[in-house]
Design a protein around this ligand. Structure first.
Ligand SMILES: NC(=O)c1ccc[n+]([C@@H]2O[C@H](COP(=O)([O-])OP(=O)(O)OC[C@H]3O[C@@H](n4cnc5c(N)ncnc54)[C@H](OP(=O)(O)O)[C@@H]3O)[C@@H](O)[C@H]2O)c1
Length: 289
């Protein structure tokens, strides 16, 4: 299949294709409530798997519960090679706000909610998503919540643990509690705070999964992206993904979309081989930002 072109990388105990899918866009506006068109959301997930995607990122706080329920409706019973990664540490207020939920009882409840809504006995990968600052990594101890999740991992409810929205120090401290299989932070061609962390994780064979690979709620806009895309006969979003694929072999992509057309476009980025001069031009975007 075309997405095989960009290869695989280890995500905990398994290998997954480097082009995956992020399910956050399948909930309603503001990642709250049901989507406008549930059948369309189901269709996006089925198309992703039909095109070879075997890594889907989700959370029970998308909706809340909505995204996981749609994944179950669309794909259960799951293909043997599908890895579903969820994240835990927040709940949603009645107004859609994101509220930290990192007490032992809340974390345990969240693991059981994910198991039930996804319809599985074991969660493939759980990211502890730091809520010390909702908007970005902030130093501070995550020992208490990680210890709770590591305990649930030992009980067999979680296969692999990851961390999200975290600093390099928090990852190093996390590894003293349980093996951290992946890190999921904000990163893209224009937002490169994690350059050093990515290289360190690559050296250790640990997956780095950038969220907002296309810019998230503010999609990337750059004349350099447009120019490179034009020269290659690709779209700017495809070039942004191809840049990430070439940036480091441990980067796994989970671009989010609610549209089958965008999904097809994004997966086709696996076949783009960025030439050195395009890479150099794109590397200039972050320093110019
Ligand atoms: N750990 C965390 O804290 C965290 C935070 C945010 C997200 N995530 C995860 O990361 C995944 C990716 O992030 P994201 O979905 O927020 O952001 P993203 O992948 O950077 O971008 C998604 C946005 O780009 C649009 N889009 C997608 N493909 C496109 C294309 N080919 N052309 C034009 N527009 C396109 C989508 O709209 P359409 O629906 O119209 O295509 C959507 O508005 C999420 O699904 C979620 O699983 C994790």
């Amino acid at each position: 299949m075309p997405i095989d072109t960009s290869g695989t990388f280890k995500l905990g105990a398994r290998s997954v294709k480097r082009l995956g899918y992020g399910a956050m866009q399948l909930a309603g506006p503001g990642v709250f409530g049901p989507p406008k068109d549930r059948a369309a959301a189901v269709a996006v997930l089925r198309e992703a798997v039909a095109r070879g995607v075997n890594h889907i990122d989700t959370s029970d706080f998308y909706g809340p519960h909505v995204t996981n329920q749609i994944i179950k409706e669309a794909l259960h019973p799951y293909p043997d090679d599908l890895t579903i990664v969820t994240k835990i540490s927040a709940r949603r207020g009645a107004d859609g706000s994101w509220i930290p939920a990192m007490s032992p009882a809340e974390l345990t409840q969240a693991v059981h909610d994910n198991l039930r809504h996804l319809g599985v006995d074991v969660l493939d990968v759980v990211n502890l998503r730091s809520m010390l600052d909702v908007h970005g990594p902030k130093e501070g101890s995550l020992e208490a919540p990680l210890t709770v999740l590591a305990d649930l991992q030992r009980k067999g409810l979680i296969r692999d643990m990851g961390m999200s929205n975290v600093t390099a120090r928090q990852v190093a401290d996390g590894n003293k509690i349980t093996k951290i299989a992946c890190v999921q932070n904000q990163y893209n061609v224009a937002h490169r705070d994690d350059d050093a962390l990515i290289d360190d994780l690559a050296r250790d064979g640990v997956a780095y999964v950038p969220f907002f690979p296309l810019g998230g709620f503010t999609p990337l806009q750059s004349s350099t992206l447009n120019d490179v895309a034009k020269g290659l006969g690709a779209t700017p979003m495809q070039v942004a993904l191809a840049w990430l694929l070439r940036r480091s072999p441990n980067i796994l992509l989970i671009p989010g979309t609610s549209s089958v057309a965008h999904l097809k476009e994004n997966l086709a980025a696996a076949e783009i081989d960025l030439p050195d001069d395009a890479m150099a031009a794109l590397n200039g975007i972050a320093s110019a930002a």
